[in-house]
Design a protein around this ligand. Structure first.
Ligand SMILES: [Zn+2]
Length: 164
């Protein structure tokens, strides 16, 4: 039995307590952009309940065109007003070399990906870059209520990344 079957089995048991009465507008009016890292559990780290927050996750938690797409929908259609960027220590993307990984993918696929891997060395730099992409986006309404953080996977605490 694969992991999908495991998850389906867990769902059967947990669906009984599913909060079906909650509406689609996040009550805290915030979107959190974060890494997909399996250790970083936003619900546990912030005590988030269903219905409160939009969670946008990808490798690294970087602000890509697709994240801007989701943030546009989050702000224009679903009423969020703040953006929190959360990268973390010991990220898998910090262990990848951009060019090396692109070549590996090209070798595997037969052509280079059209997207960039967005590897980084220091999460402070990647958070600052993501902050700039939100602040510079012409598609977003709330481009100033955005703050960036690094989640420490050892302590479970956040460090704010200061920008000028
Ligand atoms: Zn990560």
């Amino acid at each position: 039995m694969g992991a999908i079957d495991d998850l389906l089995e867990r769902n059967q048991a947990l669906a009984l307590s599913h909060p079906y009465w909650i509406g689609p507008l996040p009550t805290m009016q915030i979107a959190v952009v974060m890494c997909m890292d399996a250790r970083v559990d936003a619900h546990a780290a912030f005590g988030i309940s269903p219905g409160e927050v939009h969670l946008l996750r990808n490798a690294g938690g970087v602000v890509t065109d697709d994240v801007i797409r989701s943030l546009s929908i989050s702000q224009h259609a679903l009423g969020t007003r703040e953006v929190m960027i959360m990268h973390h220590t010991d990220c898998g993307l910090a262990r990848l070399d951009e060019e090396e990984f692109r070549l590996k993918l090209a070798d595997y696929a037969g052509y280079r990906p059209t997207w960039s891997v967005q590897a980084f060395k220091d999460p402070h730099d990647s958070v600052r870059e993501s902050l700039r992409r939100v602040r510079d986006s012409p598609f977003l309404i709330h481009t100033h209520a955005v703050r960036g953080f690094i989640f420490d996977v050892k302590s479970g605490l956040l460090e704010e990344v200061v920008t000028d």
